[in-house]
Write a protein that binds this ligand. Structure first.
Ligand code: 2IT
Length: 446
């Protein structure tokens, strides 16, 4: 394969799909060398097939708001790749959702899910519905209308959606209720991220953040560093940021920043149980602002319009949205002495930022390895649902630990460079690709 030619062809076919093209380019650049050592991949045109989703469902979602006005949004499900198992991946409700965003996320999900050691294909879906400022009743009506279109294309052995940005336990509840009503099927394993009384797994809400910190621990161990006493800047204040802040604090780090679209909270004394619990309250309010944190906790200060990356820290953890940390942010962090950045959001860093970190010798790991604990625990939720049992927190946590360690080992296996350091981007991309590509090859030209 030739990355330049392939990218030119994809840009021609999918003009303007910038997030999708960015995600594909990163993977192709990582795997080019290994791919070209496997003529059987080239012969089966694996790369040309793996970059395109199997299919995309697009649908209209019409609902009535609290004022009685009719609203129409667009809904999507991108079933990207099923070579290693049923489609699996989250739903994102955000005003900027479009096919490019969901294709990038579905593509990343395919390799991430391969890294988890579990048999799950890749998918993503969502809507341009904006949850900000919506009432619970509006969210319920929207979720019900969304599921009216989606239900026939998902199922326990075909496609298992979950949450993502804008979709948490509340939304999964409304979606699952409507699914059961429409499909008249009552298997608990059609969606993951469910409530604890109706098939949810303990630790699923925490799993993305916890898994990320377990991965960071392995990465730091390997580099002879420790998280104890390190200062950590986190972007966002949603479910993923909450899990990361909880585990980082538990491991002895000091979380000195969180952020929102409105600005950054500088929190020099670190987190307390009360502060961490308040993050959940802030998110559930649907106002999408972080400023009230500083009103509630006077030792913290709010600066409008600034990102978490303006705070001097040892470890930077993007936990919010794609491309939230750019080349200039990376330079500012490096100048301030940051020595590790782990993407907890999907594609949280721009290519310029990743390049800046790597050239400065800063420990960097990509989202598809770091944040895979979330979907891995969704996989564990599916297992429990299919076995009709519930594991204890200890059992789930042990399995999550094992999975994050396996992902780290896979990155080391495929990403170790001549000088002994690990290129985690390359390692994660090659490890994920090799598994999916082998599965595709062995199942013929389909
Ligand atoms: O990006 C992700 O891995 C998720 N949003 C979680 C997907 C899942 O199926 O739990």
């Amino acid at each position: 394969m030739n990355v330049k030619n392939l990218m030119a062809e994809l840009e021609r076919k999918h003009p303007g799909e910038s997030e999708y093209l960015q995600a594909v380019q990163e993977v192709l650049e990582s795997i080019e060398e290994v791919y070209n050592q496997h003529p059987e991949f080239e012969k089966a045109k694996i790369v040309e097939r793996i970059v395109e989703p199997d299919r995309i469902f697009t649908f209209r979602v019409t609902w009535v708001d609290d004022k009685g006005e009719v609203q129409t949004n667009l809904g999507y499900r991108v079933q990207f790749n099923s070579a290693i198992g049923p489609y699996k991946g989250g739903l994102r409700f955000h005003k900027a959702v479009n096919p490019s965003m969901l294709k990038f996320l579905g593509f990343e999900q395919t390799f991430k899910n391969a890294l988890t050691t579990l048999p799950m294909g890749g998918a993503k879906g969502g809507s341009d519905f904006d949850p900000v400022g919506k009432s619970d009743a509006e969210i319920m009506r929207f979720c019900q209308a969304f599921m009216t279109e989606l239900w026939n294309n998902i199922g326990v052995d075909t496609d298992v959606p979950a949450g993502d940005v804008g979709v948490g336990g509340r939304e999964i509840g409304f979606l699952n209720g409507m699914y059961q009503k429409l499909a008249r099927k009552y298997h608990t394993g059609v969606l993951t991220g469910k409530g604890m009384t109706w098939g949810g797994s303990v630790l699923r809400p925490e799993a993305t953040g916890f898994g990320a910190l377990y991965f960071v621990q392995h990465m730091l161990d390997k580099a002879g560093k420790s998280i104890k006493g390190a200062t950590v800047a986190i972007s966002g204040f949603g479910n993923v940021a909450w899990g990361a802040a909880t585990k980082a604090t538990e491991l002895g780090a000091k979380v000195i920043a969180i952020s929102g679209p409105d600005g950054v909270i500088y929190n020099p004394n670190g987190m307390t149980d009360e502060k961490i619990a308040y993050m959940l309250e802030l998110r559930a309010s649907n106002r999408n602002i972080v400023a009230p944190f500083a009103e509630r906790f006077p030792d913290a200060t709010f600066t409008p319009g600034k990102k978490a990356w303006s705070v001097k820290c040892d470890i930077a953890l993007p936990c919010a949205f794609q491309n939230e940390l750019n080349g200039d942010d990376a330079k500012e962090l490096i100048a301030n002495g940051t020595w590790c950045c782990a993407e907890v959001s999907n594609m949280g860093c721009t290519p310029e930022a990743i390049h800046a970190f790597q050239s400065a010798g800063i420990l960097f790991a990509p989202g598809k390895a770091v944040n895979a604990g979330g979907v891995a625990t969704s996989g564990l939720e599916m297992t429990q649902n299919c076995m009709h049992i519930s594991w204890s927190g200890k059992e789930v946590d042990e399995k999550l630990h094992y999975i994050m360690q396996s992902i780290h080992e896979a990155c080391v296996k495929y990403g170790t460079q001549e000088d002994g350091t690990v290129n985690y981007v390359k390692g994660a991309n090659i490890a994920g690709f090799m598994k999916v590509a082998t599965a595709m090859l062995e199942q013929g030209i389909i």
